[in-house]
Ligand binder design. Structure first.
Ligand code: SIN
Length: 348
């Protein structure tokens, strides 16, 4: 009888400690959008595959170790190659993230995403998520069916980071290949390598080692809960397009964008330090009181500051053209004044 009581006490304690341990795990929601991480090919060695084929439950079940580090819930937001995502998908994603993070029982968010445009979605979320809880985008360069697929470890690292206390307040992050990138400046630099992502103009925020983060840097730019952008009531963002500069860029393309496309603003991926051709500059000057033109650079790195020889065309302050476009869209929801718009590029 004594033994039975002791045994049941031990079992009770074990169950209790098991429950306590289970309750101690962070709650992480995974919002899936597709991409190569959810890609599927006809064989493990076929380089051609279809992105966004595998659903989130299958991806989660393929990494049983996730159960040891978090209580994970999956939701399918989209199932596509990331180049097909739309602004409406961004709104859906951002509003769902804000809804989940407002709840006490959500500690962090992971978004599975194609790598082709992950830097755009990450920077958009970095400007509109209203929480200091971790938000981590993750992708993969090899489809889920590939030999040596990189998705499972990337997902494990992303879930662990999203549940980590030390990742709070760091802004939206992108994790691949054991590296933690801040949203501002992260960019895909190689078409196929698993080491494709780089953080331009500052370097990564840190590194992951089998789920353990270590930090080397903090972004000096404001983000997430520190921004004024509230998209909860916005149905569409202003239209902003990008022009890429090269020798003999047709200046009349600017007339087309302003008069036919009726853009609200434009970003120029200029040569070198955001330089413009003389004919292009002359055409842009005709419209510069009407709408903002931001100078980025096609070089892929380095600062693009405001310069005295282009007083009407502010620099993107090192943002790539594709990230500058997102900030310009959001800035235009606050002000149409080109001078005030330029200030946003120094803050974010
Ligand atoms: C995509 O961006 O959806 C395809 C490429 C990738 O995820 O690596």
């Amino acid at each position: 009888m004594k033994m039975t009581k002791l045994a049941s006490a031990i079992v009770g304690l074990a169950l209790l400690s098991g429950n306590v341990l289970a309750d101690d795990l962070p709650n992480v929601s995974i919002l899936a959008t597709g991409g190569t991480i959810a890609g599927s090919a006809s064989s493990a060695t076929n380089a051609e595959y279809t992105a966004g084929k595998v659903m989130i439950d299958t991806l989660v079940n393929a990494v049983p170790q996730l159960k040891d580090i978090a209580d994970v819930k999956g939701e399918q937001i989209a199932s596509t190659a990331s180049g097909n995502l739309t602004e409406q998908d961004w709104f859906k994603l951002a509003n769902r993230i804000n809804e989940l993070l407002a709840q006490d029982d959500t500690d962090g968010i992971v978004i599975t995403h194609g790598t082709d445009t992950i830097e755009e979605t990450a920077y958009f979320l970095n400007l509109v998520v209203k929480s200091d809880k971790p938000v981590v985008l993750v992708g993969a360069m090899r489809p889920s069916t590939a030999i040596s697929a990189d998705g499972p470890l990337n997902l494990y690292n992303a879930v662990s980071l999203a549940g980590s206390e030390s990742a709070k307040g760091k802004g939206v992050m992108v994790v691949l290949n054991d590296t933690i990138h801040g949203a501002r400046g992260v960019t895909k630099t190689n078409t196929a390598s698993v080491n494709t992502f780089e953080s331009k103009n500052g370097g990564p925020l840190g590194y992951m080692s089998y789920g353990k983060p270590s930090w080397v840097r903090q972004s000096p730019y404001k983000h997430t809960y520190q921004t004024e952008f509230d998209i909860s009531d916005i149905k569409a963002l202003p239209t902003v397009d990008i022009m890429y500069l090269y020798i003999e860029t047709p200046a009349e393309a600017v007339d087309y964008y302003v008069k036919e496309r009726k853009v609200d603003g434009m970003v120029f991926a200029g040569s070198g330090n955001g330089s413009l051709t003389t004919p292009l500059q002359a055409t842009m000057e005709q419209y510069s009181k009407q709408l903002p033109f931001i100078r980025a650079s096609r070089t892929g790195s380095g600062n693009t500051p405001d310069v005295s020889y282009y007083p009407e065309f502010p620099g993107s302050q090192g943002l790539s053209a594709q990230q500058a476009r997102i900030l310009l869209k959001l800035a235009l929801t606050e002000t149409q004044d080109p001078k005030e718009v330029a200030e946003f590029f120094h803050k974010y």
